[in-house]
Design a protein around this ligand. Structure first.
Ligand code: PLP
Length: 397
């Protein structure tokens, strides 16, 4: 029940990948037929991936995953536009792949404005417009948040970037394969995708970059990907990602209906437990995404461990900081007390989960929460502030 962290490789993706490990294993840059077979496979995938996200094939670059795509988007855009200015706008709720890259840019002399979200995780287009300066060269705002599952209004935000002719990047790593993604319709210039979030293989992703913009490379070398992203192509990975992306995109509506029915059940069951609150937008959230704040438990890691003992894999927030005892920066940015942020819980359902799983999870959560609260009664912090705004609300998705 931690599908936001990663997903199982789909059978179709695995079957599609297999021939490229041992039979058609040629280097896609080689001129002989083995190489050309691999090259053809990569180019077919480029076309298919482009169709899935509303892009042209020439706007798709294969990468090693979401982290590289985010790094490249930001560093590449800064390098490209450095003569125009050194100001970037982003948000307080980005994944570390974006945050840490922005911090690295700050260390190089760039200024970054971090927009604060509202209590549900939305960024106001007005705040974005107000933050724009004459030297702003890039705006980077995620499509869907990986801690609370809120789906942001990227179309409205990207429209502002277009008005001021500023490059707009969106980290769509949690969104792609789960909600409709159409880069043109969204109006973004650059968009990051990672395969392992939608039943594709790990270590492969893509970056969309709208023409005529051509980012400065992050990786130099053999000149693959039109001289813009060097490195021998990960042919099995690219084939697996493409198969999984198509599979997910073709089943978006059916999957969302199934997952939303499951998450409604899980959320309403969790909210019946005293001192449990839903985080993020109750309606505009990723399918199957359930996120909570739980009163009276000092660290979410304790709850995650207790659930693990009962055979359930859930998360305290994002997997990258799952073992950290500090409050998630996202929870703090939403306005919750830092101590309460330590009791965040993320349960992200997937197509392999069933109603019985949800029922079992609810029982396990109840028992775990009660047991931990009894152990920590004296130290228990109480949730204040934002609870009245969104606590207790049931999602309508
Ligand atoms: N961006 C977001 C929103 C994510 O959730 C993740 C993965 O957890 C990443 C970027 C990094 O992607 P990858 O694991 O492919 O490097």
């Amino acid at each position: 029940m931690d599908h936001s962290a990663t997903t199982q490789l789909s059978q179709r993706a695995l079957d599609a990948m297999m021939p490229y490990f041992r039979d058609s294993y040629g280097n896609a840059s080689a001129v002989y037929s083995y190489g050309q077979e691999a090259k053809n496979a990569v180019e077919k995938c480029r076309n298919r991936c482009a169709k899935c996200i509303g892009a042209l094939p020439t706007e798709i670059y294969f990468t090693s995953g979401g982290t590289e795509s985010d790094n490249w988007a930001i560093r590449g855009a800064c390098e490209l536009k450095k003569d125009k200015g050194r100001h970037i706008i982003s948000t307080e709720i980005e994944h570390n792949a974006v945050r840490r890259t922005l911090e690295a840019m700050e260390a190089q002399g760039y200024a970054v404005t971090y927009l604060r979200p509202d209590a549900m995780g939305h960024i106001s287009p007005r705040d974005l417009e107000a933050a724009i300066r004459p030297d702003t060269i890039l705006i980077s705002i995620m499509t869907a948040n990986n801690v609370v599952g809120t789906v942001l209004d990227i179309e409205a935000l990207a429209a502002i970037a277009r008005k001021y002719r500023i490059l707009f990047h969106t980290d769509a790593v949690q969104a792609a394969g789960h909600i409709p993604i159409n880069a043109r319709k969204m109006g973004v210039d650059i968009l990051s995708v990672s395969a392992h979030k939608f039943n594709g293989p790990k270590g492969v992703g893509l970056l969309f970059c709208r023409l005529p913009t051509r980012l400065k490379p992050l990786l130099y070398g053999g000149g693959q990907e039109k001289e813009e992203r060097s490195g021998t192509e990960n042919v099995p990975g690219i084939v697996g990602m493409t198969e999984a992306l198509e599979e997910s995109v073709n089943a978006l509506d059916a999957n969302a209906a199934y997952l939303n029915a499951l998450s409604r059940k899980l959320i309403s069951g969790m909210l019946k437990i005293e001192g449990v609150h839903l985080t993020g937008d109750p309606v505009r959230r990723l399918p199957g995404f359930c996120s909570f704040l739980i009163e009276g438990i000092a660290h979410s890691v304790m709850l995650v461990n207790k659930m693990n003992e009962k055979g359930i894999c859930v998360s305290s927030g994002s997997a990258c900081s799952a073992s950290s005892k500090e409050a998630s920066h996202v929870i703090t940015a939403l306005g919750y007390d830092a101590r309460m942020g330590q009791c965040s819980l993320r349960v992200t359902l997937g197509m392999d989960n069933t109603e019985e799983d949800v029922e079992y999870c609810l029982r396990a959560a109840k028992e775990s929460i009660n047991a931990l609260r009894t152990e920590q009664k004296k130290k228990a912090p109480r949730l204040e502030g934002r609870v009245n705004a969104i606590g207790g609300a049931e999602p309508e998705t």
